[in-house]
Design a protein around this ligand. Sequence first.
Ligand SMILES: [Zn+2]
Ligand SMILES: [Zn+2]
Length: 340
Amino acid sequence: MRAALLHEPNSPLEIKDIDIPEISSDEVLVQVKACGICHGDVYLVKGERKPSKWPIVPGHEASGIIVEKGDNVTDFGIGDRVVLYPLLTCNRCSYCLQGRENLCINARSIGKDVDGAFAEYIKIPQNNVFKLGNSISFEEGGILTDALATPFHAINRANIKMGDTVVIFGLGGLGMSALQILNLLNVEIIAVEISERKLEIAEEFGISEGINPRKVDVVRKIKELTGKGADVAIELVGSPVTMEQAIQSVKLGGRVVIVGYTTKSFSLEPYYLMGKEIEIIGSRWSLRSDLIKLIELAEKGMIDPGRIITHKFHLEDINEGIRILEEQIGDPIRVVLTML
Ligand SMILES: [Zn+2]
Ligand SMILES: [Zn+2]
């Protein structure tokens, strides 16, 4: 099968023929139909995320068709259209047993710890696949698994109430998806983003105000718009500056959810915690139940994941897709790899 292999950091992926993976009795073999390209893949290529093995086939936002199944697989048949939950979890540690499998102490993620979906086929345990209704395309299904599931989980972690003002920092694939999900709640949305084009698109997603940090003081503007500060801020950029702005822009007792990834530190005046009772909440990946809910929402037409797909590439052009995302050429929101 054709697959894209990353041999070392800061090198292009190599497209080559490798063996189709062999499945065990609890696994299925999925013919990949689509796979989103995520900033997580860019971090992997740049060496900021370390894979567990070299070479690695990246790709963790996938959908496809089951073409082979192990003897113990009873709930799925050959030909089923499915999406892939990206974390391989042990299902027996205390976190898995509490329904917090995103924190599984034995978790491995596809495309980082095991070979992922920038390939024609991927093997995956049966409890990582979920059926996709015919009304949802493979491209849309693929991005449900991370671009939508990750902000969905973060929004659940934020404990948002009716009428809240929510600030979204960063309008990439996750940020634009967050807007669609927030539109299902009765909230007012403010978006912070440096691309004017993305702020324009966000207006179609129902934001009440867009703030460009290159033009105005973000914290002052949010205080001006809200009076007391926002109820909730969700940081999806992964930069110490936006993390600090998120914390400074919420009201007394407000909540900040950090989803963006960086290895750099941000600074925090302890008064924000002990004096203002601001809660800083982390959010990592998503739960299987989040993905199930999102599939339902997409099938009912309550969200339209396809609206965030701006670029499509074939496997042979994967390096170009990664470059477009990394260098933000043409304001990409979600770049998706599609298979012929
Ligand atoms: Zn991702
Ligand atoms: Zn576990």
